[in-house]
Write a protein that binds this ligand. Sequence first.
Ligand code: ADP
Length: 437
Amino acid sequence: MPRRWAKQIALLAAWIAAAALLGLWFGAPAWWLSAALALYVAHTLRHLYLLDRVLEGGKHVPPFATRGLWAEILARVDTLRTKSRNRKKKFHRVLKEIRESTGALRDGGVILNADNEIVWFNPAATWLLGLDPRTDIGRRIDNLIRYPEFVRYLAEPGGESITIPSPKVESGWIAVQLIPYGRNQRIAIVRNATREITLERTRRDFVANASHELRSPLTVISGYLDTLADDDDLPESWQVPITEMLRQADRMTQILRDLMELVRLESAESNAGHDFVDVCAMLDRMVREFDSASAEHPTLSLSFETDAALLGNESELHSIFFNLLHNAVRFTPASGSVEVVWRADGQGGELKVTDTGIGIPEEEIPRITERFYRVDPGRSRAKGGTGLGLAIVKHALQRHNGTLEISSVEGEGSAFRCLFAPQRLVFRGGRAEAAVS
Ligand code: ADP
């Protein structure tokens, strides 16, 4: 038992004993005892009253003109109250700072609960999303912003942000990213993406127009060069330059074709269609064509672990497979080998092109899908590359809900894996035989 309580009990015992002694001395001990207890109750009541005042938090707390246990209790309650008052002040200050800083943010922040109801948003969200703090707190965000892409993203948020038209500003764009935190809560970070999208569109339009404008004069030049090259009367000293000019004109035509293909893929608003594409037949044809195109090339092998077909755009899928196979053949010596495997199960489909070629340095791998990025520009050009093949592969795959994974060891070879989502696959029940060319 704490000392202060032992002391209090001892004091009470002494008080009762003194009353009993006085009662015995003067007579009527019951009266003396009753009077002593009544005084004790009055004393206790007074301190309870003081405690009540202290707890009530009135500004004028009575001075503690008291001693012993009650003084200690009252002092401790007062200390607790002061501490709690200071903590409250601190919270208010922090809250005010958070409010002011989120208010100053140019990006919008919207807190959503597990049911996608709006819990809180900052002022920037008001003008970016057109939300109204008086009416929209507690409403489901997908009832306020109904773009299908946004509703899909809410249901299945990926790591990346999505860009959608601004619900507030006409021809404006916003980028939204959902970040999960706490218990099933999410914060949506909203950014004005209008400038980015406008710049991107301008760039795309410029590339498309420039490629288109350059194509016609190039066709004329190539035509004349073709005629000259076929002319038997061409002086011998002209033959080498004309052949080289023809080669370069072909290269430019190829670059323009790839550029226009890339711009088309980038500007396509929606995903690729869902035409039935027989992957096995397409790969079989392609490998045979590569095999017969030149005498000097690495050994090509093709195997099917499934006869599944893909739902997509035939020419885009052809472009993906062709570019990967073309690269593998170009960057692998004739003594090496290139293996193409097509497999699929309920989890998805995979087309894998593995070669034993020159490989790619590890630090270059993340960059090789960029437009015109080449590990060795001289070697790529000499081998007829445009630097756009993998960028086309990446974009065409994205349009098929697919992804590209690259692994490589310099000097040993590379593996390019195209992964397709299960909804793009059609299983035909059979199991295709491995075909090797
Ligand atoms: P390019 O027309 O130059 O081949 P790509 O976009 O197809 O353009 O490829 C970009 C670069 O990636 C190539 O220049 C090459 O350096 C590297 N690369 C692509 N595929 C392979 C491969 N199978 N083996 C080694 N390097 C490769």
